[in-house]
Design a protein around this ligand. Structure first.
Ligand SMILES: *[C@@H]1O[C@H](CO)[C@@H](O)[C@H](O)[C@H]1NC(C)=O
Ligand SMILES: *[C@@H]1O[C@H](CO)[C@@H](O)[C@H](O)[C@H]1NC(C)=O
Length: 238
């Protein structure tokens, strides 16, 4: 009886207060297997030890606890040996390991970023460090604004010269201007470290034209950050 009451209490707490975390459903619509990288924000737990293999058409659910923050990205062109050591052509982490275990991905890579229960969930697609594959975030079952965040165009197809990352003659990723040229006006650093001085550049506009709902440079907040409450999230790659 006491046990039942306790579980009911928890049920009501999580159901009505909405203080639960989220279920991320990860889906690969690319033509080949990708490896996901997941990097948790400071003070929140790593999910799946930071990496997992994702085959086309086999969604995987990952549970995140209340207050989790972090980022997901796709790694392409990966080869790992039995011990989980190897290399990815894009998004490689930790010097070439299957499970990133807290390490970030080498840019350029498209990022899906989250901060849960703060007190709303905040989420976005970021091209601030560049692009490798299309990514979308679709919230399900939440309340509030809850729009999709997405970069569905293949920016590798119209990546400006000077930003292209090629493997075997093919463009596999597109650097941001900050990553390619490391200039304060592109990186929003130094005298450009605030939204009044750091403006879109001719390079970031190429990103924004293709993907209007994604961050194209550091201060692109107004059209790029989304909120929802109590949702689960479908994250689709390609
Ligand atoms: C997947 O393959 C099809 C057919 O070969 C091709 O048209 C499409 O562009 C490919 N998609 C991706 C994301 O590479
Ligand atoms: C952006 O402007 C710079 C400086 O004017 C120029 O060198 C570069 O080619 C331009 N890039 C694009 C993609 O328009």
């Amino acid at each position: 009886m006491a046990l039942l009451n306790l579980s009911l209490l928890f049920f009501f707490f999580f159901y009505f207060i909405g203080a639960d975390g989220a279920v991320f459903t990860l889906q690969n619509r690319c033509n080949s297997t990708i490896w996901l990288g997941i990097q948790a924000g400071a003070g929140t737990p790593q999910l799946m030890n930071g990496g997992l293999e994702l085959n086309p058409g086999q969604p995987i659910n990952v549970n995140a606890p209340t207050g989790w923050s972090g980022r997901f990205w796709g790694r392409t062109g990966c080869f790992f040996d039995q011990s989980g050591k190897g290399y990815c052509a894009t998004g490689n982490c930790g010097g070439g390991v299957a499970e990133c275990a807290g390490a970030g991905g080498e840019p350029p890579a498209t990022l899906a970023e989250f901060t849960l229960n703060s007190p709303l969930d905040f989420y976005d697609i970021s091209l601030v460090d560049g692009f490798n594959i299309p990514v979308s975030i679709v919230p399900t079952g939440g309340s509030g604004d809850c729009k999709s965040a997405q970069c569905l165009s293949d920016l590798n197809q119209n990546c400006p010269h000077g930003l292209q990352v090629r493997r075997n003659g093919r463009v596999v990723a597109c650097k941001s201007a900050c990553l390619a040229f490391n200039q304060p006006e592109y990186c929003c650093t130094g005298a450009y470290n605030n939204p009044n001085t750091c403006k879109p550049s001719n390079y970031s506009r190429v990103f924004k034209d293709s993907c209007p709902a994604a961050y194209s440079y550091a201060y692109d907040d107004s059209s790029s950050i989304f909120t929802c409450k109590g949702a689960n999230y479908l994250i689709t790659f390609c």
